[in-house]
Design a protein around this ligand. Structure first.
Ligand SMILES: [Zn+2]
Length: 736
């Protein structure tokens, strides 16, 4: 008995360790040890990027700092054997997902190599950054990838032209991509595009988005890339997060498109932490290898004969498994039917199925409870510094829920019934998810095929069922765990409990294989162990520091001057943790953002506010069109915000008036201009309402008044501005 107890303890800890280490299942390529002439070299690429970034200062669109970056980029392109040209447009773009139109003067840098004839392959990355940091990964990784790839392609005999687009203004609304599409004569000659991005500084370069239907893009990817990290579910997941990339603009055209990004360690993204030292060279190598392989495939090989929609997923970043969508869905239906019949015959539909369902959904509840208890005495994103400890607690909670479900809901159900019940539930869940995101189906086919084969063979050789069940559980782990790891990176700000049901899907089949062992250990011992698997890791989370040098707290300080009321306020945008400052700070919503901040009264330090004048008005069908002239008065960016019911239809500079995305019913409308050229710029705004609309005019400039010195000095040591730098804002309102 003692022996069984120890064996079970070891097995459970092993499962937990496997979950903790799952990120290591995908290994990244190392940069070549010695310089090579024909292989992508991340060290050489990073050196090119280092020369482009220079002093690594923030370089937003249409700023002096970005002029300097462009100058060095052009020099670096010439050194790589390219002949760059610069286009120059004052352009605007509306984000398809939200009610925002962004405008800026953008200067795209373009160079083409290869023959004069033929359709162009476009390689694209943006060279502007945010106001908040150097952007060495975002999108420096793209700049490095393009420069090194161009240099390697230049010496080759290409069958068609390859164009490199270093675009400006992506960060402020994909403006350079829009300008290229609308104004650059080359755009009409492009038929395929590769885009390179970052939402973190490390991890694999995942291919997370393609043109639709996806087969032409995925077939090229499958045959040319050595270490694929991609799956057909990711496009669905990508829609869950608010980010978008230049591909949101390119996808309007009938191009074959592949979009790549690194997403791990979001805590450095859009902050001073996104520097060259933090950019993982293996991530750059991974991205570069894929860029070069695909560029060669596009430039030298005929298009694969592939059409329609494919299901695809990588296996451990080594092999891309693909399957046409329709047969995949049919197979999913057949497997579901098979396991329904098997579960019916084995009388597994009742309690065993209930136990499996409670294990999976209940683990979400148990993990939620863990976080709810911690929220009583920890503030903010306390798991940010060491997320793996919190993840351990989540998967400990999963084991707790699964053990309780197995012992309490379906004691004595036996392995054969629990297996059938699990796979039936797995397939039913897979079918339901595939209705929403068909690409998910790829994850629900192969493990149950192995399990089903075991059930069929088991009629003759009983041991075959057990062997297959173990193999199916292992295959499930190997296919789900790396994808779950990327999901954790994508959703790193939580809530943590949402990883639990996926963890339960991975762990439950393993626990079912442990049932004979569990049966040999006294019930009370197992229940106590289940409790420990919850208590111990959550206690560890409670004692773990919230932030680290690498993974710091988001902490942006703002001075907000209300020009109408002549009052000033300090504000702090952070993760909600209390600010370590004296005076009475309260949570408040300020005019410039819907995100709640800490706010406190501040001395009156007048800031010159931008001025918006109506230059012309005229009626248009269904409303009216205002022509506005902007004076920035020194603001680096100006945003005009209206209430959700303002019914704005479109906005932008002449020639670039763009429609607003539908957004949600409660979304405000925002028109933003960024950069030096906003001063004196003219905008049209089309309003679907006859009565006056109140515009809140926000002017921003990086930096704080001198009176903020004490606050800046008192900022916690492991905290830094993210998404925006410390900023001075002015607020005025104008009815138009
Ligand atoms: Zn970016």
């Amino acid at each position: 008995m003692v022996r069984s107890g120890l064996t079970l303890t070891a097995a459970l800890l092993l499962l937990l360790a496997a979950m903790a280490l799952k990120g290591a299942l995908i290994t990244l390529p190392m940069p070549p040890a010695a310089a090579t002439a024909d292989r992508f070299d991340a060290h050489r690429a990073a050196a090119r990027l280092a020369r482009v970034l220079g002093d690594e200062r923030a370089h937003p669109v249409d700023s002096a700092a970005n002029d300097a970056v462009r100058g060095r980029l052009i020099a670096e392109m010439r050194a790589a054997g390219l002949e760059p040209r610069v286009s120059d447009d004052f352009a605007c773009n509306g984000l398809a997902r939200g009610r925002a139109v962004g405008c800026a003067r953008v200067r795209n840098v373009v160079a083409t190599i290869g023959p004069r004839q033929g359709r162009h392959l476009l390689l694209s990355a943006h060279y502007d950054g945010t106001f908040a940091g150097p952007g060495a990964a975002d999108a420096g990784i793209g700049i490095a990838t393009l420069l090194e790839t161009a240099n390697l392609l230049r010496g080759r005999e290409l069958a068609r032209p390859v164009t490199f687009l270093f675009n400006e203004g992506e960060e402020m609304g994909l403006i350079g991509a829009r300008a290229f599409l609308e104004r650059d004569p080359l755009a009409s000659r492009v038929d395929s595009a590769l885009n390179f991005e970052a939402r973190g500084v490390t991890g694999p370069a995942t291919m997370f988005e393609t043109s639709q239907p996806n087969a032409p893009a995925v077939a090229r990817f499958a045959r040319s890339v050595d270490r694929p990290v991609a799956n057909s579910l990711s496009t669905g997941l990508y829609r869950l997060i608010p980010n978008s990339t230049d591909v949101a603009v390119f996808e309007e055209r009938d191009w074959t498109i592949l979009n790549f990004a690194i997403i791990a360690n979001e805590t450095r993204y859009h902050s001073a932490g996104d520097d060259l030292a933090a950019l993982d060279r293996r991530s750059l190598q991974h991205m570069g290898d894929q860029a070069l392989a695909l560029a060669l495939d596009f430039a030298e090989r005929p298009a694969p004969r592939a059409s329609g929609e494919l299901l695809y997923a990588d296996l451990l970043g080594r092999q891309l498994v693909t399957l046409p969508l329709l047969p995949g869905l049919v197979l999913l239906g057949l497997l579901t039917t098979f396991f329904f019949v098997a579960a019916w015959r084995r009388r597994a539909i009742g309690r065993p199925l209930g136990a499996a369902a409670i294990a999976i959904f209940g683990s979400g509840g148990v993990a939620w409870a863990g976080q709810a208890i911690l929220a009583l005495f920890r503030d903010g994103d306390y798991w940010r510094g060491h997320p793996w400890v919190a993840e351990l607690a989540v998967y400990g909670s999963v084991l707790t829920a699964c053990l309780l479900a197995l012992l309490v809901i379906a004691p004595g159900a036996g392995q054969r019934r629990m297996r059938t019940a699990f796979w039936l539930l797995f397939l039913a869940g897979g079918a339901a998810i595939s209705v929403l995101a068909p690409g998910a189906a790829i994850y629900f086919l192969f493990p149950p095929i192995v399990a089903a084969a075991g059930i069929l063979l088991g009629r003759r050789w009983p041991a075959a069922e057990t062997a297959s069940a173990i193999a199916a559980a292992l295959l499930l782990f190997l296919s789900f765990a790396p994808a779950l790891h990327l999901f954790e990176e994508l959703m790193s700000s939580g809530p943590l409990w949402m990883f639990a049901p996926i963890g339960a899907v991975i762990l439950l089949p393993a626990l079912i294989e442990l049932l004979p062992l569990i049966g040999r250990v006294p019930r009370m011992f197992v229940l106590a162990g289940a409790g420990d698997l919850f208590l111990l890791p959550w206690t560890a989370v409670a004692l773990t520091p919230a932030y680290s040098v690498d993974r710091q707290q988001l902490f942006t300080i703002e001075y907000v001057w209300d020009s109408d009321e002549r009052t000033g306020r300090w504000a702090v945008n952070n993760d909600g943790a209390p600010v370590p400052f004296a005076a009475d700070w309260t949570r408040a919503e300020l005019p410039h953002s819907l995100r709640k901040r800490w706010a406190a009264p501040a001395p009156a330090i007048p800031v010159d506010a931008p001025v918006v004048e109506v230059a012309a008005r005229r009626p248009v069908e269904g409303g009216r069109r205002l022509t506005l002239r902007l004076r920035t008065n020194g603001a680096e960016s100006v945003t005009l915000i209206t209430p959700p019911d303002a019914a704005l239809r479109a906005a932008g500079a002449p020639g670039f008036v763009r429609p607003f995305g539908p957004g949600g019913p409660d979304d405000r409308y925002a028109v933003r201009c960024v950069g030096r050229s906003c001063d004196g710029a003219v905008f049209d705004v089309v309003i679907g309402r006859a009565d006056p609309v109140e515009f809140t005019v926000i002017g921003t400039r990086a930096g704080l008044p001198e009176a903020a010195a004490a606050l800046v000095a008192a900022r916690p040591a492991l905290a830094r501005p993210q998404y925006a730098p410390d900023t001075t804002l002015s607020v005025t309102r104008v009815k138009m």
